[in-house]
Write a protein that binds this ligand. Structure first.
Ligand SMILES: *Cc1c(COP(=O)(O)O)cnc(C)c1O
Length: 385
């Protein structure tokens, strides 16, 4: 390890190497300038207007229809939304989705948090937590007493993605099997998914959807809708703002229970339209595939960088984690990049590794990922020289 440095070395990256946009953070992440311009253009008619009137409700309706199209939702699936982001959705799920026992695949910071929320809920039984080493993911195990399987499409803290499939041999939820609920906060819109494999696919707008935080959205199957209604009717005490039945009623009217952030909704809608107008999930996931191919090929070929996730199929196409050689301090590299306008490549703080974490969400231009690789090469060369 090179000694701890308190000052960022003065390294200027040549302008011709710099990416067009320097935002590579894993959330909040790059918001497309075109979406911001569209918001500015519409602002006089839209911002500061009632969320119970048509102007705003039509944007909520457009987000709901756009997501149904983007994910090719089967008949009977619905799009629900509410305030508070994914973290609040976990709390809502402990009230309104888990009947008594959940199973959680825990393989990083985010997937472990939902498990903790379920573990501390006094009205639920102890959850089953299946953990694996960081940089890998466990698989769900079918159990008769589990009524909700909690999966994570992309573990943002470690850069591991997993394919979304119902646990092997599990009965369908319509026949008493557990619901499959997927935290897709950083995966939704950037990774392909088959909706018949989940009952709840939930996310927030500040990652692949290039908007701001503070909202949660969930794609729910008819079985999940049934579960929400049954728990609501059972009389289990639930704070109204956490009540998924209330959220569902409001969503069906293209509104939220309480006031949403209108700019967030607008930017989200703009991104969903951008995806759908250009070919849908194939377009958005295709951009992530191209970025991932460029980035991992660079790391594989580099003599100082190695993809952190060893199994190729587990390497995320939306958030890459790349370990650097011990001789190069990743924090210094990230600081030099930052001083040159390339931001948020620092690793997830609690992972504590000598690595860079780079978002490859659909808004991020695959060409900019190639430029970023060239910039890292330049910085590492300059630090060595
Ligand atoms: C960002 C993220 C969250 C947290 O989302 P909030 O909207 O901040 O609550 C949860 N899960 C995953 C996988 C994430 O990437």
């Amino acid at each position: 390890m090179i000694p701890y440095v308190t000052e960022t070395p003065d390294i200027r990256i040549p302008a011709n190497l710099l990416p067009g946009d320097g935002r590579f953070g894993s959330g909040p992440s790059k918001v497309r300038p075109e979406a911001v311009a569209a918001l500015a253009e519409a602002s006089g008619r839209y911002l500061g207007t009632s969320h119970r009137q048509k102007t705003v409700k039509s944007v909520v309706g457009s987000v709901r229809e756009g997501l149904a199209a983007l994910f090719s939702l089967p008949e009977g699936y619905e799009v629900v939304l509410g305030n508070g982001g994914t973290t609040c959705f976990w709390d809502a799920a402990t009230f309104g989705l888990i009947e008594s026992k959940s199973q959680h695949l825990s393989f990083g910071e985010f997937s472990s948090k939902f498990a903790s929320a379920a573990a501390t809920a006094p009205h639920l039984g102890a959850p089953e937590v299946i953990a694996s080493e960081v940089g890998t993911h466990p698989d769900a195990v079918t159990r008769d007493d589990v009524d909700l399987y909690a999966l994570t499409h992309n573990e943002t803290s470690t850069g591991v993605m997993m394919e979304i499939v119902r646990p092997a041999g599990a009965a369908s939820p319509d026949e008493g099997g557990g619901l499959v609920a997927v935290d897709a906060t950083s995966g939704a819109g950037g990774l392909r998914v088959d909706p018949t494999q989940f009952d709840v696919y939930y996310f927030a707008p500040q990652k692949c959807f290039g908007s701001d935080g503070g909202l949660w959205l969930a794609l729910v199957s008819p079985a999940a809708v049934g579960r929400i209604a049954r728990i609501h009717d059972s009389g289990r005490w639930t704070p109204a703002s956490m009540d998924l039945a209330i959220a569902l009623d409001n969503s069906r009217l293209d509104q939220t229970y309480n006031t949403p952030a209108l700019a967030t909704l607008f930017l989200m809608d703009d991104q969903v339209r951008w995806f759908n107008e250009n070919g849908g999930l194939e377009f958005s996931a295709g951009r992530c595939d191209r970025s991932a191919e460029t980035l991992y090929a660079w790391a594989d070929a580099s003599d100082f960088a190695t993809p952190f996730v060893s199994r190729e199929a587990d390497r995320s196409h939306v958030v890459a984690t790349v370990d650097l050689d011990d001789a190069i301090d990743a924090a210094t590299v990230a600081a030099v990049l930052r001083a040159n306008g390339i931001v948020d490549t620092e690793p997830y703080r609690k992972l504590g590794r000598n690595q860079l974490r780079i978002a490859m969400f659909p808004a991020i231009d695959p060409e900019d990922i190639a430029a970023l690789c060239a910039c890292v090469n330049h910085v590492v060369g300059a630090l060595a020289g």
